[in-house]
Design a binder for this molecule. Structure first.
Ligand SMILES: NC(=O)C1=CN([C@@H]2O[C@H](COP(=O)(O)OP(=O)(O)OC[C@H]3O[C@@H](n4cnc5c(N)ncnc54)[C@H](O)[C@@H]3O)[C@@H](O)[C@H]2O)C=CC1
Ligand SMILES: CC(=O)C(=O)O
Ligand SMILES: [Mg+2]
Length: 676
């Protein structure tokens, strides 16, 4: 096939990357400007009119001129737009002719194309009219099914799969075939399915991503292509993505450096932006930046998809990140960027570096900080240990540990403590023991703020020693180390809380992901605290029912899931809907506060500190509403003044009703929102 460089109506154009060959798949043949190359970027439902997409699909242009022009434009600064358009038309005419015969075969089968487009496919929910008008008759079984029936089939298939990875793969192919059905199934069965599309299963998926790979689902940007970042962004079929989750794969959950395989976390988090906050899946963009990997298993794996080299030096990664962020600002100026699972120093550096110049936030530092604060507020109430008496030991002083400690500190200062008084409530422990200024090692920059100075030169090397010394009321784990909350440590925590008075309960948050990295299990927490622990873990545990010998019968203990999934979807949605030019600390703090207030009476009565996971979407919308208001307070909302004045007059009900009108909800396939 001809390449751009060899084609010649614009002979001066030599730097243009070769456009993709005109694949004859129905997807590539679709003429809509935003034709997706990947399932996560389907054209927006809301933008779709009731005019027949199928009819448009039979148009004779095999490629999206708009899309391709954009990618060409990105590579050529000097050429005029007219030159380019002329060039592109000639180029596509050539390509089209070359494949005309096959192409016509494809376009005759428009119904077939519809069934192959995940955002158009309605499975067996097409009405008789839709079947006739779009040449679908005979291509699917005659029966018409509601989405409930289709969901039931999907659930049956998922449940019949033997392993979580098999179940994940089924779900992943469902997403690639029928995106509405995928989200309907996930939303309606979130307790059962979130652990598959997110932690813990997504951890295993990331570990095996290169072996499991069947189709592209993200933007894969390698440092070797750093001069073409704009072109790659423009190659993404959605012209105005609203949210991107970007990782460099360097610290995926608690699993370490997974290189390009870490892209699974970007995909998983974005699935939750849709399921848990209703962000249109077509507006989400997963990205992995491939800077190499120090993971020997990956480097030795013949199937590994990333750069087969060790990570480039940190300063070079930083330059690459600068280039990426500049390109994002140019190509998608309104897109919110979520930094995910960057290793510690980069997590802090990138947040500091871009937070005042770009629309961005770091989920592990800020999202986790907010989610733990959201749960901690309720936990303190349930613990019987007054706020002023709380003393917190953090095992793990990395991006999440320090991010959480800072967010909790903010809570204390807002309640009248001085900065020093608030800071004094926290004792951080890392692999070397209690973090102190005089420990004798060179403390990483991010640890200095919480390093203790009041230890009178004593050093505490183990968690047991720290608990004995501090007598904490709360123990938070963010170490990525399975089992490091041992029986003696948990019993010592309980003893120190008991010593304060009867009826007091310890707060125990083993927050590391996935389950194989949890600092302790729920069963251990219950066992070693005689059922007293107020428990939240990063990945989900099941409730435990125990026969305690009480006359009232067996007791069921409910765990909480303290995972940033309760914050990032709402924070992102709020920032997007407010058109926030920055994500401010006030927005993050307000998100935490809103989360803490989003529990129902029933949830409070059950002793929970987070909403039940079935209500994560409701909670996210509340978080989004409050985040929007915080953006307005901070003066970073780009919405028209009159819009805010109206909402302020009508109150939260009006704002919530606006939010609900904006979110994606695959409610019904039967009428499919007039899509076909
Ligand atoms: N529940 C949630 O929503 C979230 C959970 N996490 C989890 O937190 C964990 C840590 O994440 P990051 O802070 O980003 O990692 P990080 O690498 O920045 O920090 C890990 C910290 O743990 C310390 N550590 C490791 N092993 C230890 C041990 N045996 N004893 C004492 N300290 C030890 C390290 O010295 C370091 O300070 C991961 O497993 C991650 O999945 C992270 C973000 C959100
Ligand atoms: C939940 C999350 O962001 C993490 O474990 O890194
Ligand atoms: Mg993370």
């Amino acid at each position: 096939m001809s390449s751009v460089a060899s084609s010649s109506s614009a002979s001066d154009i030599v730097t243009v990357p070769t456009p993709r060959s005109p694949s004859l798949s129905p997807r590539a043949a679709s003429p809509t400007p935003t034709t997706p190359a990947v399932t996560t970027c389907a054209p927006s439902h809301k933008r779709r009119s009731s005019s027949s997409s199928a009819r448009r699909m039979t148009s004779s242009n095999p490629l999206s001129t708009t899309t391709s022009l954009a990618s060409i434009e990105s590579g050529i600064q000097a050429a005029s737009l007219d030159q380019l358009r002329g060039y592109a038309q000639n180029h596509y005419a050539e390509v089209h002719q070359e494949h005309e015969t096959e192409y016509l075969d494809q376009t005759m089968a428009s119904g077939y194309q519809i069934l192959r487009e995940p955002q158009w496919n309605k499975g067996l929910a097409f009405t008789p009219d839709q079947r006739i008008n779009n040449n679908l008759t005979g291509l699917i079984p005659h029966t018409i099914e509601s989405y409930q029936t289709q969901c039931a089939r999907a659930m049956k298939m998922i449940q019949s799969r033997p392993t979580p990875i098999d179940k994940y793969l089924y779900l992943s192919s469902l997403k690639a075939e029928n995106i509405d059905l995928f989200y309907r199934v996930v939303m309606d069965n979130i307790r059962e399915l979130m652990p598959l599309v997110y932690t813990p299963t997504i951890g295993d998926v990331c570990l095996q991503y290169s072996s499991l790979y069947t189709r592209p689902e993200a933007l894969y940007i390698s440092i070797k292509q750093r001069k073409s970042i704009r072109t790659m962004l423009r190659n993404w079929p959605c012209k105005k993505p609203e949210i991107c989750v970007v990782t460099d794969g360097s610290r995926i959950l608690g699993l370490g450096d997974l290189g390009i395989n870490g892209v699974g976390i970007s995909i998983g988090k974005l699935a939750l932006y849709t399921a848990a906050a209703g962000i249109d899946p077509s507006k989400t963009l997963p990205i992995v930046l491939d800077c190499g990997t120090n993971n020997e298993t990956n480097l030795q794996d013949p199937l590994y998809l990333g750069l087969r080299q060790r990570r480039v030096p940190v300063d070079v990664q930083q330059e690459f990140m600068d280039e990426f962020m500049d390109a994002v600002k140019d190509v998608f100026p309104e897109m919110l960027v979520q930094f995910e699972d960057f290793e510690t120093e980069k997590a802090f550096n990138y947040l500091d570096r871009y937070r005042n110049t770009h629309r961005c936030f770091n989920d592990d530092v800020q999202g986790t900080g907010a989610v733990v604060l959201g749960g901690y507020i309720g936990a303190v109430e349930n613990s019987g240990v007054p706020l002023e008496e709380q003393r917190l030991v953090f095992m793990g002083a990395g991006s999440a540990g320090v991010g959480v400690a800072k967010q909790l500190m903010e809570y204390y200062t807002r309640r009248g403590l001085t900065e020093q008084e608030a800071r004094d409530k926290f004792w951080l422990v890392d692999t070397k023991g209690l973090v102190t200024h005089d420990r004798g090692d060179r403390l990483a920059e991010h640890k200095k703020y919480f390093a203790r100075t009041d230890n009178h030169e004593r050093q505490f090397r183990t968690l047991e020693e720290v608990i004995e010394y501090v007598k904490p009321s709360a123990l938070v784990g963010l170490t990525a180390t399975f089992g490091c909350f041992t029986e003696p440590t948990i019993r010592a925590l309980k003893a120190s809380v008991d010593a304060g008075g009867a009826g007091r309960r310890p707060i125990l948050f083993p927050l590391s992901n996935p389950l194989t990295k949890a600092e302790c299990t729920f069963e251990q927490a219950i066992e070693w605290t005689d059922g007293q622990a107020i428990f939240a873990s990063g990945s989900p545990f099941s409730p435990i029912t125990k026969n305690t010998g009480a006359e009232s019968g067996p007791v069921t203990y409910l765990p909480n899931q303290g995972n940033n999934v309760y914050v990032f979807p709402g924070l992102g949605l709020g920032a997007i809907l407010a058109k926030a030019t920055r994500v401010t600390d006030e927005m993050v703090y307000t998100g935490a506060d809103a989360l803490s207030k989003s529990l129902t009476a029933d949830e409070l009565h059950a002793g929970l500190i987070y909403p039940r996971i079935e209500r994560v979407r409701e909670a996210s919308l509340v978080v989004a509403r409050e985040v929007m208001k915080a953006a307005r307070r901070d003066g970073v909302s780009d919405l028209p003044e009159e819009q805010w004045v109206e909402w302020e007059e009508w109150g939260d009900v009006a704002l919530m009703s606006y939010i609900k009108s904006q979110v994606y909800d695959p409610v019904s396939f039967a009428d499919a929102k007039g899509r076909l």
